[in-house]
Design a protein around this ligand. Structure first.
Ligand code: SPV
Ligand code: MN
Length: 624
């Protein structure tokens, strides 16, 4: 640290905060803090440790500053993001690259020199009149091979508070790493505020420097753009994992409870707002994580750990019937932040799809709200935003898996890929082998867009392994990495595809929300070789009798042969069209696609064509 840095820190931090920072003997950290104090010019700086009083201070400041408000239930607060700041801004999220760096056309990039200058200009003086919060966290369980220390600077107490709920505290981790330079850094400013929200969303930028492991976020508040440890750290982790033979994935981890108290852990990759959290929260099973997983190999087995220890979940449609456990957490005392919901005068939050009647007035992300209110473009404003969210700790849920904090992670028996697909994939299917799964499920994932990102909804989009929005290396390399991950494993995890969104000819969904319980139990049995399957051109599907029994035992539902045939028939033209779309994307946009991807897709095409010649366009599972 230079004398100049020292002066900046001494000048801006009071004695208590200065000594907390200096107790971490890390010159790179001190330089980082001094650099951004100099640039952002906060009025004061708060340095947080892992102590409960420091967490309480951040939460209190969020309320005092009006970033959060108290709700009627103890521990519950609400927060609003700006009307035009309600989701991840994909267009303005870019990698800073040198002129000779090429990440491929599917990844957003911006020139490092000009982009770096642009975002530093936005940070310049951005914290005048404000307090800067410095928080330390650990991605992954503490003291484990998964752990990555992180330092976050922000002028938003809401962002710092959210991270306190979502991540493991890392001040002690920083104490233990000494002068290591190996940590992720995040700098965020909400920028100038108007009525408590970011005023200049046109200057919203999320710029990621992969070489330097630092992310800049400006003029935004929405969690997906600002909570550094969420998707911003995922990008840095993907880059790091590439060189170290592990995987950082947009995946849930859950324990599926099989016969005789057996618990089998699965990971699941789903695009945002496509049933990922509700799968991780399936009644009767246990949750390790709902969003981001690190996966490592040890003794021929894959182990997974949740990067987070909280949930930033979509609140829409959470109700007492379909999501009883989340419902319980959202309606009883405990620390929860509700963002972008409707709040009544009595301090009761309301969201789309909640039990009960919609209140006739309240405040929401648009200000005072009443039924029929429209925005400046004449669009009707719903009571709560479709991407409204809740933030809570997994430990506050009754189905938290006991191994959530296990430094060893949990052994993974199966990988699941799923998207919002109205017409092609069957509800559940096991792939022939690892490469077949990675290629025909993961690398072929498509999904209809949702409210989790800005832009039009319901458009079918390619979404590689549900991580397209966050991939940080050229796509071909990313696929190659996943394919190679199976090397050295005794038996790789089984790979499954699921589809909760299949529709019939009349457009209606063919499955109910909780049918996923049946698919999970079937996959669990398959991992242990305890259920038979039918081989189809696209993979192994369940037998009717097994599903009938599972539907009866788990859901007390009568599952008819007609249901089975409708849900599990192979839709040959749709599959062939999909293969064509996927090949086309890789051929035209991903020059480094591994050759095996085209081979595996071609084999699948041939199997489908042969089956069509024998049985026609729509093949009932009873015909195989
Ligand atoms: C998602 O959109 O996939 C999320 C929420 O999990 S966030 O990425 O934080 O916006
Ligand atoms: Mn996510």
């Amino acid at each position: 640290m230079t004398n100049d840095d020292m002066e900046v820190l001494k000048g801006k931090l009071d004695e208590r905060n200065y000594s907390k920072l200096m107790a971490l003997e890390n010159p790179k950290l001190h330089r980082f803090v001094a650099d951004f104090i100099r640039l952002c010019r906060p009025d004061s700086v708060f340095v947080g440790t892992d102590e409960p009083e420091d967490l309480a201070y951040v939460r209190r400041r969020a309320i005092e500053r009006g970033e959060e408000g108290d709700l009627a239930t103890e521990g519950h607060t609400y927060h609003f993001d700006g009307y035009h700041d309600q989701a991840r801004d994909k267009d303005r999220t870019c990698y800073l690259v040198e002129p000779d760096q090429d990440l491929g056309e599917r990844l957003n990039t911006v020139d490092k020199a000009s982009g770096g200058k642009e975002v530093r200009d936005f940070l310049d003086g951005s914290m005048e009149g404000k307090e800067m919060y410095i928080r330390f966290f650990c991605l992954g369980p503490l003291d484990s091979e998964f752990s990555i220390p992180c330092a976050q600077l922000t002028d938003s107490a809401y962002v710092a508070h959210s991270e306190d709920i979502l991540y493991r505290q890392g001040y002690e981790t920083f104490r233990s790493i000494g002068d290591s330079e190996d940590f992720f850094r995040f700098i965020h400013t909400a920028g100038e505020l108007e009525n408590g929200v970011s005023k200049h969303v046109d200057k919203r930028r999320i710029y990621i420097d992969l070489d330097d492991s630092i992310v800049y976020s400006t003029n935004t508040q929405y969690g997906g753009n600002t909570i550094g440890l969420k998707k911003l750290s995922l990008r840095l982790a993907i880059r790091r994992a590439e060189s170290e033979d592990w995987l950082a994935e947009h995946m849930l981890i859950m324990g599926v409870h099989g016969p005789a108290e057996r618990v089998t852990y699965f990971t699941g990759a789903f695009p945002s707002a496509c049933g990922k959290t509700s799968t991780a929260m399936a009644p009767g099973e246990s949750i390790v994580g709902d969003d981001i997983a690190y996966l490592r190999k040890r003794d021929g087995t894959v182990y997974g750990a949740n990067v987070e220890n909280g949930i930033f979940g979509i609140i829409r449609d959470v109700n007492s019937k379909d999501d009883p456990i989340i419902w319980e957490a959202l309606t009883t005392p405990g620390e929860v932040i509700f963002s972008n919901v409707l709040v009544t005068e009595e301090g009761i939050p309301y969201w789309l799809g909640k039990d009960g009647e919609c209140p006739q007035k309240g405040i929401n992300h648009s200000g005072e709200w009443y039924p029929g209110k429209t925005d400046e473009d004449g669009n009707e404003i719903p009571p709560s935003h479709k991407n409204a969210r809740y933030t809570l700790r997994i430990s506050s849920l009754s189905n938290a898996d006991p191994r959530l904090e296990d430094p060893a992670g949990v052994p993974i028996g199966g990988f699941i890929y799923g998207g919002r697909d109205s017409d092609t994939w069957v509800p559940v299917e096991q792939c022939f082998d690892w490469a077949h799964g990675i290629i025909t499920k993961g690398a072929s994932l498509e999904s209809e867009t949702t409210a989790a990102t800005l832009g039009e909804e319901g458009v079918r989009k390619f979404n590689l392994m549900a991580i397209m929005d966050f991939v940080a290396i050229p796509l071909g390399r990313y696929i190659e990495k996943n394919l190679r991950f199976a090397e050295g494993l005794g038996a790789p995890p089984l790979v499954f595809g699921v589809n909760y969104f299949l529709r019939g000819a009349d457009g209606r969904y063919l499955n109910a929300i909780l049918d996923k319980k049946v698919w999970l139990k079937w996959m669990e049995l398959r991992v242990h070789g305890e259920a038979d399957a039918i081989e189809t051109p696209t993979g192994y599907i369940p037998l009717y009798d097994d599903l009938r029994r599972l539907f009866r035992d788990l859901l007390e539902k009568t599952y008819t042969e007609q249901d089975y045939v409708e849900q599990f028939s192979t839709r040959v033209p749709e599959h062939l069209a999909k293969i064509g779309r996927i090949e086309n994307i890789y051929r035209s946009q991903v020059p480094d696609t591994p050759a095996v991807l085209f081979e595996v897709l071609e084999q699948q095409r041939r199997r489908l064509e042969a089956a069509r010649a024998a049985h026609g366009d729509l093949i009932s599972p009873l015909q195989y």
